[in-house]
Design a protein around this ligand. Structure first.
Ligand SMILES: NC(=O)c1ccc[n+]([C@@H]2O[C@H](COP(=O)([O-])OP(=O)(O)OC[C@H]3O[C@@H](n4cnc5c(N)ncnc54)[C@H](OP(=O)(O)O)[C@@H]3O)[C@@H](O)[C@H]2O)c1
Length: 274
C-alpha cells in the first residue's frame, strides 16, 4: 500500500507544482483547495484524491480528516497562504486578523486535525511552508512577516513537543514565481486610496517596483521550489529546515552578520523609505 501526502493550497503555485512531483515519486496525493474546480485539470488516477479545504473553515478540515481515514497518510504539507502587505500604519485590524486566520490559525488547525492520522505511520512528517520572512522582516509587509514568524515559532515548538514521533520540517523560501504577487495586490483592496496623500503613496509604488523586479530577477520557478520540498518530504530523515533560493540564503547571512543599524539602512534604502 502506498504512502499518501496531503497538501493544502493546490490550486496554483508551489502546492500545484508539488502534486505531480509527489505522484512521480510514488506517493499518493490528497490535493486540496478552496475550489475543487481549480483542481479539475489534474490527471486522475488511483494515486490522487481531490478534497475541498479552506484552512479557515474548521468544518472543511474535519471533513477532509474523515475522508482520509482509510489512507496511510505519512505526510502533510501546510502550503496554503497569502501575503497581506501595506505600511503597518495603514493596516486595518481585520486585515491583520485575516492574515493570521489563514497563515497561522489555519496552519495550526490543519496540523492538529491531521496529527492523529499521521501518528499511525512510523516516520510521518509535517512540512510547514513558512518563508525567509519568517526569520527577517522587510518593510511594508508587516502582516505577512508577522504571520510567517509565527509559523516558524509554531513549527519549532511543535518539533519540541512531537518531534520524536513526527518529523517537523520548516520550509523557508525566497521569491518564487506563482500567483502570490498577483494575490498580494488583490487582497490589499483600497490600500492605494488609503495611501493617497500620505508619506506612503510614493513608497508603495516604489515597493511594487522592487517586488516586481525581485520577482523577475531572483524568483525561482514554483517547480524548482517544489523539487526541493519534495527532497525533504521523502528523505529517510527529513531536515529540520530547508532554506530555498539564493535570496533566502544571502539575506539570512547578511542579517546575521551586519550590525542592526546597517541592516535597517539597507532595508530602508532598498524599499524607498530613506
Ligand atoms: N511565492 C513566493 O515568493 C513565496 C515565498 C516564500 C513562501 N511562500 C509561501 O508559499 C506558500 C504557497 O504560495 P505560492 O507562492 O504558491 O502562492 P500562490 O500561487 O498564490 O498559492 C497559494 C495557495 O494558497 C491557497 N490559499 C490561500 N488561502 C487559502 C485558504 N484560506 N484555504 C486554503 N487554501 C488557501 C490558494 O488558493 P486559492 O487559489 O483558492 O486562493 C493557493 O492555492 C504560501 O504559504 C506562501 O506564503 C511563497
Amino acid at each position: 500500500m502506498r504512502h499518501w501526502v496531503l497538501i493544502t493550497g493546490c490550486s496554483t503555485g508551489i502546492g500545484r507544482a508539488l502534486v505531480p512531483l509527489c505522484r512521480e515519486a510514488g506517493w499518493g496525493v490528497v490535493a486540496t483547495g478552496r475550489n475543487l474546480t481549480d483542481l479539475a485539470d489534474l490527471p486522475t488516477g488511483e494515486d490522487l484524491r481531490l478534497l475541498p479545504m479552506d484552512v479557515t473553515d474548521a468544518g472543511s478540515i474535519a471533513a477532509a480528516v474523515e475522508a482520509c481515514g482509510d489512507l496511510r497518510l505519512k505526510a502533510l504539507v501546510n502550503n496554503a497562504g497569502y501575503a497581506q502587505v501595506g505600511p503597518l500604519e495603514l493596516i486595518r485590524p481585520e486585515e491583520l486578523r485575516a492574515q493570521f486566520e489563514t497563515n497561522v490559525i489555519g496552519l495550526h488547525l490543519v496540523t492538529i486535525a491531521f496529527l492523529p492520522l499521521l501518528r499511525r505511520e512510523p516516520g510521518a512528517r509535517i512540512v510547514q511552508v513558512a518563508s525567509m520572512l519568517g526569520r527577517l522582516s522587510i518593510p511594508l509587509a508587516g502582516p505577512y512577516n508577522a504571520s510567517k514568524h509565527a509559523a516558524v515559532a509554531l513549527a519549532e515548538t511543535l518539533r519540541l513537543e512531537v518531534g520524536r514521533e513526527v518529523f517537523v520540517v520548516l520550509v523557508e523560501s525566497g521569491a518564487v514565481q506563482s500567483e502570490f504577487r498577483a494575490t498580494m495586490t488583490k487582497v490589499w483592496g483600497d490600500l492605494p486610496e488609503r495611501a493617497r496623500g500620505t508619506r506612503y503613496e510614493r513608497i508603495l509604488m516604489k515597493y511594487l517596483g522592487v517586488r516586481k523586479r525581485q520577482g523577475q530577477r531572483h524568483a525561482m520557478s514554483a517547480e524548482a521550489c517544489a523539487r526541493k520540498i519534495l527532497r525533504a518530504l521523502i528523505a529517510d530523515r527529513p531536515p529540520r529546515r530547508v532554506v530555498i533560493g539564493k535570496d533566502a540564503f544571502w539575506a539570512g547571512r547578511l542579517k546575521a552578520i551586519l550590525p542592526a543599524a546597517w541592516w535597517e539602512r539597507l532595508m530602508r534604502r532598498l524599499y524607498g523609505l530613506t
